[in-house]
Design a protein around this ligand. Structure first.
Ligand code: NAP
Length: 248
């Protein structure tokens, strides 16, 4: 399926996990893929290699999504090089878990800066070329905990809930320019982010999932690429849950 032929997709946090799977999903569907990452050179290079193996062009963009000037500069550089920007996936995220009384000021601020401000700055930078083209799709990676909450993740869950407001507001603001904005809310997905969860807690979480298993990064990426594709041409402002029934 080459329905993204001639299109350019930018995936933040594309070096690992769900972001890498998104890069590969777009590459397989014919898009050129820009892979943003924070600092893990080896993982980012491996994603670029896999994108090339899938027959697509790859470009590595190292910057901190929480830095508005860096985000704007990277999008400019990308549009200069490849002439357009069709898809933005705001996937980069950090989770700093802890009970309320243990979380420090820095923990909250960093999660807000990366998870919320990062998505905001990237959407702002991407909206300009997308408006010019009168075409674009933005997909924000939220989380099941943004809807249902989770003890020990109050700050993280707050940042993921904030993305619902951002998604719906931008969907309303940009629809007339043919730019769609949606969110995906994954459940418990098998990536580096969840690999450190203690076994007892893991078992408890599995009991909450009717499907009885963790989801894969690829299963999330397929939904992300669906939302960015013409198959979802009349879908905007939606939150699509990918959670094996964990929350309905
Ligand atoms: P992950 O395996 O921990 O990977 C995080 C990615 O984000 C990496 O590519 C990392 O780059 C990048 N990143 C982190 N901070 C960044 C920054 N400041 N600037 C640019 N890139 C940055 O995460 P994941 O599990 O794939 O999760 C991806 C997204 O899905 C996140 O938004 C997460 O909150 C959300 N999500 C995950 C789950 C889950 O169960 N895994 C569930 C719901 C939602 P480096 O490699 O350079 O460090």
């Amino acid at each position: 399926m080459n329905d993204f032929d001639g299109q350019v997709a930018l995936v933040t946090g594309g070096s690992r996990g769900i972001g890498r799977a998104c890069c590969l999903a777009f590459a397989r569907r014919g898009a050129k893929v820009a892979i943003n990452y924070a600092g893990n050179e080896a993982a980012a290079s491996e994603t670029a290699r896999l994108v090339a193996e899938a027959g697509a062009e790859a470009k590595l963009l190292r910057f901190d999504v929480a830095d508005p000037a860096a985000a704007a500069g990277a999008v400019d550089e990308l549009v200069k090089a490849w002439g357009r920007l069709d898809v933005l996936v705001n996937n980069a995220g950090v989770a700093i878990d802890g009970l309320l009384l243990r979380l420090r000021e820095d923990d909250l601020r960093r999660q807000l800066a990366v998870n919320v401000e990062g998505a905001f700055w990237l959407a702002k930078a991407a909206a300009r070329p997308m408006m010019k083209q009168r075409k674009g799709a933005i997909v924000n990676l939220s989380s099941v905990v943004g809807e249902m909450g989770n003890a020990g993740q109050s700050a993280y869950a707050a940042t993921k809930a904030a993305l619902f407001g951002l998604t719906k507001s931008l969907a309303r603001e940009l629809a007339s320019r043919n730019i769609r904005v949606n969110a995906v809310a994954p459940g418990f997905i098998d990536t580096d982010m969840t690999s450190g969860i203690p076994e007892a807690q893991r078992q408890k979480m599995l009991e909450m999932i009717p499907a009885g298993r963790l989801g894969s990064a690829d299963e999330v990426a397929r939904v992300v690429s669906f939302l960015a594709s013409e198959d979802a041409a009349y879908v905007t402002g939606e939150i699509l849950r990918v959670n094996g029934g964990m929350y309905m």
